[in-house]
Design a protein. Structure first.
Length: 208
């Protein structure tokens, strides 16, 4: 998501708000949970969950949707793979030698905003290559700008799979977790967690 698209989403027109203010406002929304205006496409549909898990018809669709989202968020946390493509934010307290983004797959780095000694601003000179994991953003030729005391850095980046390209083990894990959450059978969720971990064991990030 570009800063221009963030402006439209947040109703923050150019001229009234700086790029840094727009990024900060978007980050605040993400930090509080996914804002309703974001069009997040779940790779698992209610019909898929019903068909695979034999969920009873009287269970409302919105409840199944809630469980699908919870299952997808667990899978993303467990694997550091973003299943539902969207723009995320990471926060850093200092520049260091580089800024490291560990989520995958990363599609684009959309904005780097920081609290500088001369005010809030965006940084445009970062060097990085899409593909390597973790993605590392290095300073440009002039180095990192100075932060004010207590300042921080916010990186907005788009990550996630196209809905048609989500690896099948991620889909299966979401399905079994959603079914376990809805089932009234004793121990169903614990069993679904075990199954999900087994499905995802080769997709977890490796510890170096």
């Amino acid at each position: 998501m570009t800063i221009a698209e963030m402006r439209v989403l947040l109703s923050m027109p150019e001229g009234d708000y700086s790029d840094a203010q727009v990024v900060a406002a978007y980050a605040a929304l993400i930090d509080d949970g996914f804002p309703a205006p974001l069009n997040i496409v779940e790779p698992v549909t209610v019909d898929m969950a019903r068909a695979q898990s034999q969920i009873e018809d009287e269970i409302p669709d919105d409840l199944i949707s809630q469980k699908i989202r919870s299952a997808r968020e667990w899978v993303e946390q467990h694997t550091s793979r973003i299943v539902a493509q969207r723009t995320l934010v990471d926060h850093f307290r200092a520049w260091g030698g580089y800024l490291s983004l560990s989520k995958r797959p990363i599609i684009s780095v959309d904005a780097i905003a920081y609290n500088g000694v001369d005010g809030d601003a965006t940084y445009l000179d970062g060097a990085y290559a899409i593909g390597p994991l973790p993605l590392r953003i290095y300073p440009g030729a002039s180095g990192w700008p100075k932060l004010r005391a207590g300042g921080a850095i916010t990186v907005a980046y788009t990550a996630g799979y196209d809905p048609a390209e989500v690896p099948q083990p991620l889909i299966e894990a979401i399905l079994v977790l959603a079914a376990g959450m809805i089932s009234q059978r004793e121990g169903a969720y614990a069993q679904s967690l075990t199954a999900a971990r087994e499905l995802l064991k080769y997709l977890r990030p490796r510890t170096l």
